[in-house]
Ligand binder design. Structure first.
Ligand SMILES: [Zn+2]
Length: 223
């Protein structure tokens, strides 16, 4: 999976899980109250009041997102996968590459990986972390590496011409790296368990699938 720009997470099978609305909104609310605090006189009662208000918003959004992340990681772990592949050191990478340092989203991703790892390991599933270098710049079809400015939502390969959602392309690259890593692990004794991921169409038709509630059909992308 890719912790995406277009989506909260993108799965290599083509499923995109959108950022929940409250995550998008809370960023704006927090920024608004930070501005209000900055405007008010230091030491004033009104400034203290605004600080209290911001603290409440922080707490509330932390609880809300914790709840969401618990449910989402649980849904993923119950979806029939035998392992998950994520980028290692994603947060540091985001800060360096995309200047999104300090964003609320980084904190959510960190927490999400923590929860997913914990739940996966308790269920006997593997979480594999791979090198995040160029996962969004590399073509998942032919291996070409090209620049991908943040404004580009679609990966259109200069070499082979394939066109697909940038986050899904990254997720496929992450899966490939994870598979290579797992193959090395299994080569030391265990046999490689081939794993097939549910396609988006299968998720859509299977009403009992744990990820059902997280799919935004309009924005989702089928390979
Ligand atoms: Zn290509």
């Amino acid at each position: 999976m890719d912790l995406g720009l277009n989506s909260f997470i993108a799965l290599s099978g083509g499923t995109k899980i959108q950022k929940p609305k409250f995550m998008r909104e809370k960023r704006k609310r927090i920024a608004r109250w930070q501005r209000i605090i900055a405007r008010r006189n230091k030491g004033s009662k009104r400034r203290e009041k605004a600080k209290e208000r911001l603290q409440i918003i922080y707490e509330h959004s932390k609880n809300q997102s914790n709840d969401y992340l618990h449910k989402l990681s649980h849904a993923l772990v119950s979806s029939g996968y035998t392992s998950f592949v994520v980028e290692g050191l994603h947060i540091q990478n985001m800060m360096k590459d995309h200047k999104l340092a300090g964003s609320v989203q980084d904190a959510s991703w960190n927490r999400f990986i923590q929860l997913l790892s914990y739940k996966a390991e308790s269920a006997g599933l593997r979480v594999v972390k791979v090198n995040p270098r160029n996962t969004s710049k590399e073509c998942s079809n032919c291996g070409n590496v090209q620049d991908m400015p943040l404004s580009e939502r679609t990966y259109v390969c200069n070499r082979c011409g394939i066109s697909m959602d940038r986050d899904i392309n990254a997720a496929i690259n992450i899966l490939k790296r994870g598979r290579a890593g797992l193959a090395r692990i299994y080569a030391q004794g265990e046999s490689v368990r081939p794993q097939r991921e549910a396609t988006l169409d299968e998720l859509r038709t299977d009403k009992t699938h744990p990820l059902q509630n997280y799919i935004n059909a309009e924005e989702a992308h089928t390979l």
